[in-house]
Design a protein around this ligand. Structure first.
Ligand SMILES: Cc1cc2nc3c(=O)[nH]c(=O)nc-3n(C[C@H](O)[C@H](O)[C@H](O)COP(=O)(O)O)c2cc1C
Ligand code: SF4
Length: 422
């Protein structure tokens, strides 16, 4: 069996809004177990699990928890990043819509471990259904004395507020998210200081992805050591994969790290839709690398993706069949980033526009060797000098295509030369 239901084990078995159903399926037991543990021991379990954040960057989760726990300033915040604006990603929505209490329970465990008293779930504005379910779940948790003052009569206080994004992709970036929560324009901040030192309203703040939070109850329940045995040495546990594009069975699948991408596409996705030929696959979402068919035996693993100057992303796999043109795709991606750029720094604000212009020359068959060099240097400059992850990863698709499909660029230049001479 390729799938492994740790986060998805209750999906379809409970009514998402029913806290009774959740509790009947071991819900909030991990939090109760954590309440009996020393706070530092809870972080120790997370450390032993070796879990890395599921928001895209793969940062070790225990380091942020420990950093927040050590901070003296109060109040401390726990923020759940449910912005999920990256094209091709929809696993956080799926998780919130099927098991909203798992996210709340994870936030409670993090709050207990760090002595945080305030929680915020920042949900993408377009996710109205998920937002309604999360609101109902939060209300039910208050009614059961799992949120509020003196939780379960154990002296812990923790409140959760739900806030909505307004459609900006960059607001998923942690500093832009904090600015947005403070009522300002969603733009990143220069770091350090990191959110655990100076986060929301200048106070210590933990920001984790929806899926990261949902993993905390699993880890406390099964122990960190048992969790660390799942997956690969560098990427433990399971990963929710958003599988989309030209594949028969699109959807969200939970697999242990280490499963080859080809297996996910063929065995879970049922292969390419309509019997067409697979041309390429984009990993992670619009900000991820595009790889050719012969690379599909690569496994889902944070470090394998880093070999291609990119992170694993949030676990999207976008299948692209032979009907699609390389340059149309790149143009589309760059237009998305140009639209979403907040404009704060020059490499991203101007770089995306430059990329669009250069790619257009390839589409119009007017590209020369000089344009190829320009494309390469524009992409590299953006990657290395942009202020936040948006600009840094916007050219990843181009960088990966130049690496894997260089011949396609050269062919187009040749075709351009023939066009001129004819
Ligand atoms: C442009 C941009 C958009 C992002 N969008 C999201 C998002 O929607 N959800 C998310 O969890 N992380 C997103 N991130 C990553 C966050 O900045 C942050 O690393 C993450 O929320 C940390 O959670 P984790 O430690 O659990 O991975 C984004 C980063 C960038 C640069
Ligand atoms: S990289 Fe782009 S989104 Fe990020 S600060 Fe610079 S302009 Fe804004």
């Amino acid at each position: 069996m390729i799938t492994m239901p740790l986060l998805t084990k209750r999906f379809g078995k409970i009514r998402p809004t029913s806290i009774k159903d959740y509790m009947a399926h071991e819900g909030y037991e991990a939090f109760k177990k954590a309440l009996l543990m020393d706070r530092i021991e809870v972080i120790g379990e997370v450390e032993r699990s070796k879990i890395r954040g599921r928001g895209g960057a793969g940062f070790p989760a225990h380091i942020k928890l420990m950093a927040l726990a050590k901070e003296k300033a109060t109040p401390k915040y726990v923020v759940c990043n449910a912005d999920e604006g990256e094209p091709g990603n929809f696993k956080d929505r799926h998780l919130m819509e099927h098991d909203p209490h798992a996210v709340i329970e994870g936030m409670l465990i993090a709050a207990y471990a760090t002595r945080a008293t305030h929680g915020v779930i920042y949900i993408r504005g377009e996710y109205q259904h998920a937002m309604n379910l999360m609101k109902q779940a939060v209300k039910a948790a208050y009614e059961e004395k799992l949120l509020g003052d003196n939780i379960l009569d154990q002296g812990m206080s923790f409140d959760i507020e739900i806030r909505s994004g307004a459609g900006s992709y960059v607001c998923g970036e942690e500093f832009a998210l904090l600015e947005s929560l403070e009522g300002k324009a969603g733009r990143t901040r220069v770091k350090p200081p990191f959110p655990t030192e100076k986060g929301l309203f200048g106070k210590p703040t933990l920001i984790n992805n929806v899926e990261t939070f949902a993993n905390y109850p699993v880890i406390i329940d099964m122990t960190g050591a048992a969790y660390a045995k799942i997956g690969t040495p560098s990427s433990t546990g399971t990963k929710l994969i958003s599988l989309s594009g030209n594949v028969k069975n699109k959807g969200v699948y939970e697999v242990p790290f280490g499963v080859p991408i080809r297996t996910i596409i063929n065995e879970l996705g049922g292969g390419v839709a309509g019997g067409r030929k697979l041309k390429m696959v984009q990993l992670g979402g619009a900000c991820g690398p595009i790889i050719p068919e012969y690379m599909l035996d690569m496994i889902v693993d944070f470090d394998r993706f880093e070999e291609f100057e990119s992170k694993t992303g949030a676990g999207a796999i976008i299948v692209i069949d032979d009907r699609f043109d390389f340059f149309d795709l790149l143009s589309n991606i760059s237009r998305f980033f140009a639209h979403e750029s907040c404009g704060k720094c020059t490499p991203c604000r101007e770089g995306n526009l430059q990329l669009i212009k250069t790619i257009q020359k390839f589409i119009d068959k007017k590209a020369t060797e000089k344009d190829l060099s320009a494309l390469e240097s524009q992409a590299r400059v953006m990657h290395y000098t942009s202020l936040c992850g948006l600009g840094q990863t916007a050219p990843t698709a181009i960088i990966s295509m130049l690496y894997f499909f260089r011949g396609v660029f050269l062919e187009r230049i040749e075709a351009s030369e023939m066009e001129v001479s004819s």
